[in-house]
Design a protein around this ligand. Structure first.
Ligand SMILES: CC(C)(COP(=O)(O)OP(=O)(O)OC[C@H]1O[C@@H](n2cnc3c(N)ncnc32)[C@H](O)[C@@H]1OP(=O)(O)O)[C@@H](O)C(=O)NCCC(=O)NCCS
Length: 149
C-alpha cells in the first residue's frame, strides 16, 4: 500500500475531482447527470478525500451533523481500481475522528447492500431498512457508537 494522505479538498481543481469521483462511483452507473451527486448540505459538511502520492483523488466521503451529538456519513466512494485495498476503512476512520473532535457520539448512515460487509467490519450495526434509491438500490440504516472506538 502506498502512502495515503486524507484531507478535505482545498483548491477548485481538487473540489472538482472530489465531486467527479463521487459522481463516477455513485451516480453515473445509474444514469444520473453530473450535479446529481451534490445536495444542500455540502457547505456545512466535513469532507474527506484520499490522495495518492501523485495527488490523484481515489476516495471520497462526507460527514454532516444530524443532531448535536449525532453525525451522518454519506457518499463514501473509492475508485473502482482502488477498492479492497484498505482505502475505504482509512477514510471512514478519518471521518469518525472528525466526528469525535466535533463532540459527536454516534454515527448513523444508510448503507447500500453491497457495502454492508464494509460497514459491519467497522463496527456498524443494522437498525432498520433504509431508502430505495432509483428503484433498485436498497439500503440498511446503520449505527455506530463512537465511544466504542
Ligand atoms: C464500500 C467502499 C467505500 C469500501 O471501500 P474499500 O476501500 O473498497 O474498502 P476496504 O478495502 O477499506 O475494506 C475494509 C474491509 O471492509 C470489508 N469489505 C469491504 N468491501 C467488502 C466486500 N465487497 N465484501 C466483503 N467485505 C468487504 C472487508 O472486511 C475489508 O477488509 P479486508 O479487505 O482486509 O477483508 C468501496 O468499495 C466503494 O466505493 N464501493 C462502491 C460504492 C459504494 O457502494 N459506496 C458505499 C455507499 S453506502
Amino acid at each position: 500500500m502506498f502512502n495515503l494522505m486524507i484531507r478535505s479538498p482545498l483548491s477548485a481543481k481538487e473540489w472538482q475531482a472530489y465531486y467527479k469521483l463521487r459522481w463516477q462511483v455513485l451516480r453515473a452507473p445509474h444514469g444520473q447527470l453530473l450535479g446529481s451527486e451534490q445536495d444542500e448540505l455540502e457547505a456545512q459538511a466535513f469532507h474527506g478525500s484520499v490522495f495518492t502520492e501523485q495527488q490523484d483523488i481515489v476516495g471520497v466521503g462526507r460527514l454532516h451533523r444530524l443532531t448535536e451529538q449525532t453525525g451522518q456519513i454519506r457518499y463514501m466512494a473509492v475508485a473502482e481500481a482502488y477498492q479492497r485495498q484498505g482505502i475505504g476503512i482509512q477514510l471512514l476512520n478519518y471521518l469518525e475522528s472528525i466526528a469525535i473532535n466535533e463532540n459527536m457520539r454516534t454515527i448513523k448512515l444508510n448503507a447500500r447492500e453491497n457495502a454492508l460487509p464494509f460497514y459491519l467490519s467497522s463496527g456498524y450495526q443494522i437498525i432498520g431498512e433504509g431508502p430505495l434509491l432509483y428503484g433498485v438500490i436498497t439500503h440498511k440504516w446503520m449505527i455506530k457508537e463512537l465511544n466504542d472506538v
